[in-house]
Design a protein around this ligand. Structure first.
Ligand code: PLP
Length: 459
């Protein structure tokens, strides 16, 4: 069945898709075999394909959709803004929604984060923080600390796909092939307890990865411009939550060394953790807080790098002194995006979103526990309304499946038979549903994953 209001047939669109579209993070030669959805519409927490099938959006259209598709308040805010202006530059100018959004973000951010630099996505939010912190040390304190030129990040980190963001990123697959293009970064081990990089066991470990981070920070203390972390959990690495207290102690070590702290809340900020920001939840105030994915409710590309007056002041001076931050994107602070973001923040308040989240988070946890005994389930990890199930060929030995088996993708493809759209990270089945998901839909989501895991033949 082809939708009657669609001028092109599904066959035509698929042919053009195959002929012309180069899909991100997608092995193009396997693309069609994976039965991709051709999405024509959204309806609340569901995607609707060109042939009229409905799928629960289990990964929130790549971790950004918060309140469902075609959410009337956000639709209305964008329409209203469209009647005024779609975009006006922030280079040397202001626009009404961008100013209001900056104020609203400062109001909800951890105290002291009073300056907002807008950009377009999570990668650029990271680039901005890296470049500001680098330039900061050349200008602050009479340049006495301009030897602070290095960054520290975790192995397995993910901060985006532009070259600076990939440099601080630590995922082998993305990093290795571009190694010659990247700048050097100091590393501390990822707190990946299931496959501990230090060979420890969860039960007896004293968070040795944190001790290692403290050691590296101390060793390179006066060369470090900043330390970059994804608070809450390392997302793209495979949904790896931090051990309790990890973030706080890491932040203390960074402070003690006098370096700046960049917290990349692109994935986990905007309510995903059960509170607006992980940093506030964990009682850590960074020098930079990065927000993107959910900021517009999953509608439009927009990002914000929040920082402090202390950082901002180092960029003040007579224009000819050259202390200016020479960075900015064409669509920075886009008016439609800002209007969508303001509407998104309004929904958090109006719908008392944080009152409903604990029950949803707990429901996801108890439902995921029921998967624990499936032979292919190696590890189940969750932080707030984000979770990953790592599947393995041998549970006792934690042996991964062969990459050629593409088991994670196969589980997700099987989940489609139960009307659920998912996208894995290798063999980690990822759940990042809209915060508006209902308890019943959480059951459907986990049942579809169970169907997928049973379906790959590991009963
Ligand atoms: C997705 C993500 C990014 C990159 O954001 P884009 O909008 O895809 O550029 C950066 N950091 C984290 C933690 C992310 O999850």
């Amino acid at each position: 069945m082809t939708r009657s209001d669609e001028p092109y047939s599904r066959e035509q669109l698929e042919a053009w898709d195959d002929a012309h579209v180069w899909h991100p993070f997608t092995p193009q030669s396997a693309y069609r075999d994976d039965n991709p959805l051709l999405v024509a519409e959204g309806d609340g927490n569901y995607l609707v394909t060109a042939d009229g099938r409905r799928y629960l959006d289990g990964v929130g259209s790549l971790w950004c959709n918060l309140f469902g598709h075609r959410r009337k308040e956000i639709d209305a805010a964008i329409s209203a803004q469209l009647k005024k202006i779609a975009h006006a530059t922030l280079l040397g100018n202001a626009s009404v929604p961008a100013v209001v959004l900056a104020r609203r973000l400062v109001e909800i951010a951890p105290e002291g984060l009073t300056r907002v630099f807008f950009s377009d996505d999570g990668s650029t939010a990271n680039e901005v923080a890296l470049k500001i912190s680098y330039q900061y040390w050349r200008q602050a304190d009479g340049g006495r600390q301009k030897g602070r030129t290095k960054f520290l990040a975790l192995t397995n980190a993910y901060h985006g796909d532009t070259v600076g963001a990939v440099s601080v990123g630590g995922m082998e697959t993305f990093h290795t092939r571009f190694a010659d293009l990247l700048f050097d970064v100091e590393r501390a081990p990822s707190p990946y307890c299931y496959r501990c990089p230090l060979g420890k066991e969860r039960t007896t470990c004293a968070v040795d990865c944190l001790a290692e981070l403290e050691r590296v920070v101390a060793e390179h203390g006066d060369e470090l411009a900043a330390v970059v972390l994804e608070p809450g959990m390392q997302g793209a690495a495979g949904m790896i939550p931090y051990p309790d207290g990890f973030l706080r102690r890491a932040a203390e070590a960074v402070r003690k060394a006098g370096a700046l702290l960049i917290l990349d809340e692109v994935a986990m900020g905007m309510g995903r953790s059960g509170e607006m920001f992980v940093s506030a939840r964990e009682g850590v105030t960074p020098d930079f807080l990065l927000i993107a994915k959910g900021i517009t409710g999953g509608y439009l590309p927009l990002a914000a790098t929040l920082t402090t007056d202390r950082i901002h002041e180092a960029f003040l001076g007579r224009p000819e002194e050259g202390r200016t931050f020479f960075h900015g994107h064409t669509y920075t602070g886009n008016a439609l995006g800002a209007a969508a973001a303001i509407a998104t923040l309004d929904i958090f308040e109006k719908d008392r979103v944080f009152d409903a989240l604990p029950e949803k988070i707990e429901r996801l946890r108890t439902r995921l526990e029921t998967l624990r005994d499936l032979p292919a389930v190696g590890d189940i990890r969750q932080y707030g309304l984000a979770a990953g199930v790592e599947i393995v060929a041998d549970r006792t030995l934690k042996t991964p499946f062969r990459a050629s088996e593409r088991m994670g993708m196969r589980v997700c493809n099987l989940a489609k038979e139960r009307g659920v759209f998912l996208r894995p990270l290798s063999d980690v089945i990822v759940m990042m549903p809209p915060l508006s998901i209902t308890l019943e839909e959480i059951d459907t989501l986990v049942a579809a994953i169970e169907h997928g895991i049973r379906g790959i033949g590991c009963r």
